[in-house]
Ligand binder design. Structure first.
Ligand code: GLP
Length: 242
């Protein structure tokens, strides 16, 4: 595990984007696992800057997003599809056909999860999986539980997660109660995992996740078992690390 702490948001974002663009420069057909939430927005902005400078092309890249809200159509401004268009896809040259995000409106959720897992399998191993961290230790939408599911599945969102995400909606009632998420088994299969954590409110959970017991009650703690984990922290999130 390689934990890097940055004194400024800008430096962290540039470092994160540098890891992604470096990979795509050496492997133009790379498979990227992408995350949403406020944390990776700055990294995506820096990736867009490098793209605009002509340093990298995403024409042959495939992307798989971690999760999507259940019940939100793609066009909904808070769907993760809309998020990805706004913060990354509309500004780089990744072809629409290479973009994969679970369909939150699928009539048959189980079939949608199976379809997503089949696609992941056909595309091959994810080369680099970007992850944020929930306040309760969730990764993707794998919430703390007595057991976790390996593949893509539907989840009921915890109240803390719904409250944390309510800031993006008009009211808590509008926050979906369920989501579709990649499972921890798929996340852990990625060749490299890039965990990005910012802010003092996550200092405790990131420290517990990376140094505490490995338990499904803190899904991010399973990342300790990954052979190629890179963690980018800002000074606030990293304050419990020596
Ligand atoms: C969300 C997402 C996660 C994300 C996490 C933290 O609910 N499903 O993928 O990492 O919560 O979000 P943020 O970066 O906004 O704090």
């Amino acid at each position: 595990m390689n934990i890097l702490t940055f004194p400024s948001d800008q430096e962290l974002n540039e470092a994160g984007a540098g890891i992604v663009t470096g990979l795509v420069q050496t492997n133009p057909g790379a498979v990227l696992g992408l995350a949403t939430g406020s944390t990776p927005i700055g990294v995506y902005s820096e990736m867009i800057k490098s793209f605009r400078k002509g340093m990298v092309s995403y024409r042959r890249v495939s992307t798989f997003n971690l999760d999507e809200y259940a019940g939100l159509p793609r066009e909904h401004p808070q769907s993760y599809y809309s998020y990805m268009r706004t913060h990354l896809f509309d500004h780089i040259d990744v072809p629409e056909s290479n973009i994969h995000i679970p369909d939150g409106t699928a009539a048959n959720v189980r079939e949608e999860c199976e379809r997503y897992d089949r696609l992941l399998e056909q595309t091959g191993q994810i080369d680099l999986q970007i992850l944020g961290l929930g306040h309760n230790g969730h990764i993707g939408f794998n919430e703390p539980d007595h057991a976790l599911i390996r593949g893509t599945h539907a989840v009921r969102l915890s109240e803390t997660t719904r409250q944390a995400n309510a800031r993006f909606f008009n009211s808590i009632d509008e926050v979906p109660t369920h989501a579709i998420t990649m499972g921890v088994g798929t996340i852990l299969k990625a060749k490299t995992i890039l965990l990005i954590v910012k802010g003092s409110d996550k200092a405790g959970i990131v420290h517990t996740s990376l140094t505490g017991p490995i338990t499904t009650e803190c899904p991010a703690s399973l990342l300790q078992t990954h052979p190629h984990l890179v963690v980018l922290l800002d000074t606030e999130a990293g304050r419990f690390f020596g």
